[in-house]
Design a protein around this ligand. Structure first.
Ligand SMILES: C[S@@+](CC[C@H](N)C(=O)[O-])C[C@H]1O[C@@H](n2cnc3c(N)ncnc32)[C@H](O)[C@@H]1O
Length: 262
């Protein structure tokens, strides 16, 4: 089979990407949930052309390996409650680097605009009149669900999907529990592992059936991906029994019944 026409088209697409912003600028690039095959062509191009890369802990090693050796690279965090560098300092560093004329890539797990503080970084850059582009990435919810074979919507089971944070602020997950507890919908919790017991209790208290299935996906799309299935009632106990650690996603809803372990 001759794959040449496809390769030529790919080369043409990559040439078009050469028209990236000139001069000092920042690309906020989404690296996806881990599998390097989920990078977009634009993300890959920006990484390979970068002069400086600031990256987070959720960016996988195969993606970091694409950073050219001539480029400076800096780890800037973050794990829950353990920020390597305060957000204001990351913002100020991005501004300084771009103003010194560098092609800067701010590389983030998933999508920069989904629970990734990309909005805050964009605001800081725009306020300093620094050119900034956003390169979207596959967010953890869609990437991990796809690799686990769990459709987030399904005409029979879920007519909507919500992405929510399970990150505790002052010890409370402050969400619209009444809305999230309605049937026929999927709710995906990011950063929800340590608050899983509270999340399950709140959903049950507000009307979601205790037997509603929940998938917990650790390191989704990566070679060591793990998928556990529980119900709202057994969630906390299952997580404790398996000793799961972040990063993990919780997918709550009837669609989880479609999961088939390999
Ligand atoms: C600060 S948020 C960043 C989300 C990211 N911007 C995105 O769009 O996926 C970090 C959380 O995303 C989830 N996450 C990211 N990558 C993941 C992966 N490969 N597997 C499971 N969960 C992941 C976890 O809930 C993790 O605690």
């Amino acid at each position: 089979m001759d794959s040449r026409p496809g390769i030529e088209r790919l080369e043409q697409l990559l040439r078009q990407l050469e028209r990236s912003p000139a001069g000092g600028h920042v690309s906020l690039v989404g690296a996806g949930p881990g599998d390097p095959g989920l990078l977009t062509l634009r993300a890959m191009h920006r990484i390979m052309m970068a002069e400086v890369v600031l990256y987070d802990n959720l960016v996988g090693p195969e993606i970091l390996a694409l950073i050219p050796s001539r480029a400076e690279r800096h780890y800037v965090g973050k794990k829950a409650a353990q920020h390597a560098l305060p957000q204001d300092e990351v913002n100020a560093w991005l501004v300084r680097l771009a103003q010194s004329g560098k092609r800067v890539v701010r590389l983030k797990g998933g999508d920069p605009f989904i629970f990734g503080r990309g909005g805050e970084e964009m605001e800081a850059l725009l306020a300093a009149a620094v050119p900034v582009e956003i390169v979207p990435g596959i967010t953890a919810a869609t990437g991990c669900a796809a690799f686990a074979g769990i459709p987030l919507t399904h005409r029979d089971w879920a007519q909507s999907v919500t992405f929510a944070t399970g990150h505790l602020k002052s010890g409370v997950v402050d969400l619209d529990w009444v809305g999230l507890s309605r049937p026929q919908q999927t709710v995906v919790f990011y950063m929800g592992l340590s608050a899983a017991a509270g999340i399950a209790d709140a959903l049950i208290t507000h009307g979601r059936a205790p037997e509603t299935p929940v998938a917990v996906i650790y390191h989704g799309t990566r070679p060591d991906q793990q998928v556990l299935v529980a119900t709202l009632e057994t969630l906390a106990q299952t997580i404790n029994a398996e000793g799961l650690k972040p990063p993990a996603l919780l997918i709550v809803g009837e669609v989880v019944r479609l999961y088939r372990p390999n």
